[in-house]
Design a protein around this ligand. Structure first.
Ligand code: SF4
Length: 430
């Protein structure tokens, strides 16, 4: 049996043209997927039962016992932290926000350590964005800045830019130019028409120089800016102004380097400047397949897109104070629930040490680096393969994730609902 048009539950491209061959409720093969998506669809290793540490050893426990223990840990905590959320669907994220309100937790997602500065910049100066479909069909100039789509979003170029023909782009090779701006010649830079290599930390300066040039003030730009020759910047500024439709995609090379949200703000203001002369858009290359969705869900429910603290009985948002790394650096949380992410593999050492020192529970189908920090791990169905729901693509377009395999594992949503119910029972029973 073949199921077509399955969305891939890996990265923010959410490619929804995947074909999956099945036999006897097992995936035999996948078509149209990149290697990252392929690995997810075909992965085999998973945790079969909830596990809990008892006397320093992992033991298998029932779902009921694992949920009871999680509810107890979260109920007893004075400063609980709920973190992750980007690899699950909106329906589960909604329950997560209710849980946060119920126990007065701080809830944050992987946004905090990736595109948090992009959101801060957008809150200040707006977002001249567009859908990926618009880029595919119209963009004659695409700029990748501080990102490497070939390795992080492997089908971005083939579906939407470098290798994709569009409605108004008959031949992508001749009709579309691609520029890569980065500190090193990445794989993406090798297939671009032009590569701008800037010195680390020089993004803000180069963006400012381009803004000056688009304003017609070449005279204020020195001969070299962050290692880039003035002639190259003039050529690129000219290409930008001549484009009929330009699209900038940016990644962590801007958001997590010197300047942080000021870099993104400067990039947005460059795009606004260009919109006085032609049509230009800018979009973030979002990582996890539903990191955008969590920002949407939390905004609908609490008014803010990430790092919301419910401990005051209201939604309080102050990035730099209520962001997960800051909270863990201050060693504030006394319990933590991790879901649909793997902070153990990415967070700074001091924050991981604190997570290991407090009761930490993980909801995840697989053993990962975070497992080593946990007291309890609860395995669940794999979202987008064994569980359906809604996810938001990196351009904000909602996509319905499919359930293509039957499973006995509960979904993220079911586990979270059971935890909320148990906490309410504990409160009621005193
Ligand atoms: Fe999946 Fe991303 Fe690869 Fe598309 S580019 S197939 S969404 S991992």
């Amino acid at each position: 049996m073949e199921i077509r048009d399955v969305p891939c539950p890996f990265c923010g491209c959410l490619c929804d043209d995947i074909s999956v061959r099945l036999d006897d409720n097992r995936i035999l093969g996948v078509e149209n997927c990149c290697t990252l998506g392929n690995a997810k669809f075909l992965s085999k290793g998973r945790l079969q039962h909830p596990i809990m540490r008892k006397n320093g050893k992992w033991v298998e426990v029932s779902y009921e016992e694992a949920i009871d223990e999680t509810a107890r840990i979260l109920s007893d905590a004075v400063r609980p932290l709920l973190y992750g959320w980007s690899g699950t669907v909106g329906e589960a994220q909604v329950v997560g926000v209710h849980l946060g309100e119920e126990i007065g937790a701080l809830i944050d997602s992987t946004t905090s350590v990736c595109h948090n500065p992009s959101i801060l910049a957008i809150q200040e100066v707006g977002h001249p964005g567009c859908t990926l479909g618009q880029v595919k069909n119209r963009a004659d100039l695409v700029i990748y800045w501080g990102c490497n789509p070939i390795e992080a979003h492997p089908r971005h170029m083939s579906r939407y830019t470098t290798y994709a023909d569009g409605y108004f782009i008959d031949n992508t090779v001749t009709d579309r130019k691609v520029i890569v701006v980065d500190i090193r010649r990445s794989e993406g830079a090798k297939v671009a028409d032009e590569f701008i290599q800037i010195k680390p930390g020089g993004d803000y300066l180069v963006l400012s120089a381009l803004r000056a040039m688009v304003r017609g003030r070449d005279d204020v730009v020195p001969d070299s800016v962050a290692g880039v020759k003035k002639e190259q910047l003039q050529r690129v500024a000219s290409l930008m102004q001549k484009a009929k439709f330009g699209a900038v995609f940016f990644g962590l090379g801007i958001t997590m380097s010197r300047g942080k949200y000021k870099n993104v703000r400067n990039a947005i203001e460059l795009v606004s400047e260009l919109n006085r002369k032609t049509k230009f858009t800018i979009s973030a290359m979002r990582g996890h397949f539903n990191v955008y969705g969590f920002n949407e869900v939390l905004t609908w429910m609490a008014g803010y897109p990430f790092a919301v603290d419910f401990s005051r009985g209201i939604a309080f948002y102050n990035p730099g104070e209520t962001t997960v790394i800051d909270l863990l650096e201050r060693k504030e949380p006394d319990a933590c629930l991790v879901i649909a992410s793997d902070p153990g593999a990415h967070f700074p050492k001091s924050t991981i040490e604190h997570m290991a020192a407090i009761p930490t529970v993980q909801i995840d189908p697989c053993v990962n680096a975070t497992t080593a920090l946990c007291q309890v791990q609860i395995p669940v169905a794999i979202t987008g393969i064994e569980a359906a729901g809604t996810a938001y693509r990196m351009d904000g377009v909602p996509i319905r994730m499919k359930k293509i395999i039957e499973t006995n594992f509960p979904t993220d949503q079911e586990i979270l609902e059971r935890i909320v119910t148990r906490i309410r029972e504990m409160k009621r029973d005193g």
